[in-house]
Write a protein of this length. Structure first.
Length: 332
């Protein structure tokens, strides 16, 4: 959910400095859509309050012109499907969205994934955003537009009161596993344990809140810390498949993620992995993170993880293969 939420932040900022009203719409390609959702159900509203007083249907009804030209609610999903299938097309489309033609339309369809770097490149020099960095802009947008639904906030409050009401010091830990290995060299569980141990030496009566998509990570912590570690009843994977790709109900997965993120921001010290979107989310999209209510640290992969990482070995083998053949070609 972190990647689609960061895309939403880009859209919110674009709307602000172009003078538009933002309406975030998470449609049928969203991994966090509930099973058997009705047509045009907006999954964003299952987790956050609306950023706009208009519904999607009303927004189209009240718009005399749209970009792309001829876009209607009936063919909106076809456009979004096309953009979803090819991220490179999204980049090209974003350039079109920045054109004068798009600027004249009453309603503009913004792509789901646009990097913050691209947003920074198109902010007008005269706008107040121009001198702000990524973190400051993200926090500005989160403060103005992102309010977690009361249903989820109440669940977090009840959970925290049940397990941590009489605990003065709590360290929160997020361990991302699943399919993240495709993008990053993941630190071993013991590296998280090292940081937790350092916290507990300073706070012997402290407790641990662990959020993870890995049942192996949960088992690792329970064996070492027993009842000092608390976890939510979230769906988890025992292998290298992302939870969002297991076929489980998207609404439950989304609830689990947002619940964990809110809990991760409730402690005194947060330990995570800064190549995970959740690490950025906890720091810059939660109220506690924006207010800097907790300290934080990112674990690092060591030589052992780098040496035995399959993906890095494959990349190294490919580089060696190319060098061997390129040198052979040159010597012929």
């Amino acid at each position: 959910m972190g990647s689609i939420l960061r895309g939403a932040i880009s859209g919110l900022l674009f709307a602000e400095f172009t003078g538009r009203v933002p309406l975030i719409y998470w449609h049928q390609n969203c991994n966090y859509l509930k099973i058997a959702a009705p047509p045009y159900h907006n999954a964003f509203h299952d987790y956050y309050t609306s950023t706009c007083s208009l519904s999607l249907e009303d927004a189209f009804k009240q718009s005399k012109s749209t970009y792309p030209e001829g876009t209607r609610i009936e063919n909106l999903h076809a456009l979004l499907d096309e953009l979803h299938r090819a991220l490179s097309r999204s980049e090209e489309y974003f350039s079109d969205v920045c054109s004068n033609l798009a600027g004249q339309a009453d309603l503009v369809v913004f792509p789901t994934y646009v990097s913050m770097q691209r947003i920074l490149e198109v902010i007008p020099p005269e706008h107040q955003f121009h001198k702000m960095g990524e973190e400051a802009l993200t926090q500005w947008a989160a403060t103005k537009f992102l309010t977690v639904n009361k249903r989820i906030t109440d669940q977090v409050n009840d959970f925290w009161a049940q397990y941590f009401a009489n605990t003065e010091q709590v360290v929160t830990v997020h361990i991302r596993v699943g399919d993240k290995y495709r993008e990053s060299i993941l630190p071993s569980f013991s590296r998280y344990k090292h940081q937790v141990d350092a916290f507990l030496r300073k706070h012997p009566q402290g407790k641990i809140y662990l959020a993870s998509d890995s049942s192996h990570a949960v088992n690792f912590f329970h064996k070492r810390y027993a009842d000092r570690v608390v976890t939510s009843p979230a769906l988890r994977s025992s292998g290298r498949k992302g939870v969002h790709k297991t076929g489980a109900d998207g609404l439950q997965i989304g609830n689990d993620i947002l619940f964990d993120v809110e809990c991760l921001s409730r402690g005194n010290h947060f330990i995570g992995f800064d190549e995970s979107n959740v690490f950025f989310w906890v720091q810059h999209l939660t109220k506690a993170g924006i207010n800097q209510s907790f300290s934080h640290i990112s674990v690092r992969s060591g030589f052992k993880e780098i040496l035995f990482n399959r993906q890095s070995l494959k990349r190294a083998a490919k580089r060696t293969w190319r060098r061997l053949f390129s040198s052979t070609d040159q010597s012929v």
